[in-house]
Design a protein around this ligand. Structure first.
Ligand SMILES: [Mg+2]
Length: 330
């Protein structure tokens, strides 16, 4: 018989219902032992406890933010992280070939033997799995309230983007290990290729090369800044595909400072604001995290890519919400 996998889960999370995971779990009761969590800290603590008790696989249900909390508990242990991707974008799980909301694929990966090692980088001690952003992208995220996210989904980024567009953006200085300094108004650090949904920002990034890929973009106008980011998302940021405004670098550590207050985000969640004179120190953890991945990655079709477009994603969520309301009435 297959061993029962401990599953960290927030029983109250709306995403459980929206993503269909609740119903899927009802038909897979014998595969998992549910470990309810109450907060991000609780999730991290329980992940560590399970890993230290010798569990070979510790599973977590949620989006990128939740996975990061679980990962934090597993860093430096022997346990592999199993992912049930039921969040909004599920960027990390798409990149690892588990796909978004493909729970059968996810379970097969946990039951299988393939483990992908993933570098873990931290910003002032806080780890991230997929990407970190310093500048307007983080300011947008800071402004998005949970209510907005529920009502507008991915479109909430566009609404707050317009607010951020009219603000002044401080010059950010990135200092590399060799002493080189690169300046910009938006800095994006990528552990993998994707930056939101299916968009591949860093065409050549790898999770296990010990390096972060960085795009340092120097633009006064936020409107043009986002145009440059979407251009790179369409083509992948390689030396050939970037404009004069963008510098690409790879490094295993750096420091970031800014002339004025600077917001930053980790894996799409607002993570803090640097004050003038404060420094963000980016370093790599000494041991990588192990993740359960499928033997054959979930293929990403052109249709799948299209369906991950923020506008379609929002429409899909509206439909899901209506369905949810209807089932509550039953
Ligand atoms: Mg890398």
């Amino acid at each position: 018989m297959n061993p029962v996998i401990p599953l960290l889960i927030n029983p109250k999370a709306g995403s459980l219902f929206r993503s269909g995971l609740k119903a899927w779990l009802d038909s897979h009761r014998s595969d998992f032992r549910l470990v309810p969590t109450e907060s991000a800290e609780d999730l991290t603590a329980k992940a560590r406890m399970l890993a230290e008790s010798g569990e070979p696989v510790v599973a977590a249900a949620g989006g990128d933010g939740t996975l990061m909390c679980a990962a934090q508990g597993l860093i430096g242990t022997q346990a592999a992280l199993g992912i049930l991707p039921c969040g909004t974008m599920n960027v990390f799980s798409r990149e690892l070939g588990i796909g978004s909301r493909r729970f059968d694929t996810a379970l097969a990966a946990m039951r299988g033997q393939v483990r992908q090692e993933v570098d873990i980088f931290t910003v002032n001690g806080k780890p991230f799995l997929q990407m970190a952003g310093f500048g307007p992208d983080a300011s947008i995220i800071r402004r998005i309230t949970p209510r907005m996210k529920r009502r507008l989904g991915a479109a909430s980024h566009i609404v707050t983007g317009l607010q951020v567009a009219v603000e002044h953006h401080p010059i950010i200085t990135v200092t590399l290990p060799d002493g080189e300094q690169v300046c910009g108004t938006q800095v994006i650090l990528g552990n993998g290729k994707r930056y939101g949904g299916e968009g591949h920002l860093f065409a050549n990034a790898r999770y296990d090369d010990g390096l972060l890929d960085a795009a340092i973009i120097q633009l006064e106008s936020t409107g043009i800044l986002f145009e440059v980011i979407s251009y790179m998302l369409m083509r992948g940021a390689t030396e050939r595909n970037t404009t004069d405004f963008t510098q690409l670098r790879q490094f295993d550590s750096c420091t970031i400072t800014a002339e004025d207050t600077l917001d930053y985000q980790l894996d799409g969640d607002y993570a803090g604001t640097l004050k003038p004179g404060e420094t963000a120190v980016i370093t790599r953890e000494s041991s990588p995290l192990r993740i359960c991945v499928p033997e054959i990655p979930e293929p990403v079709t052109h249709f799948g890519r299209l369906m991950a477009h923020p506008v379609l994603e929002t429409m899909r969520k509206q439909i899901e919400r209506v369905k949810e309301t209807m089932t509550t009435w039953d």
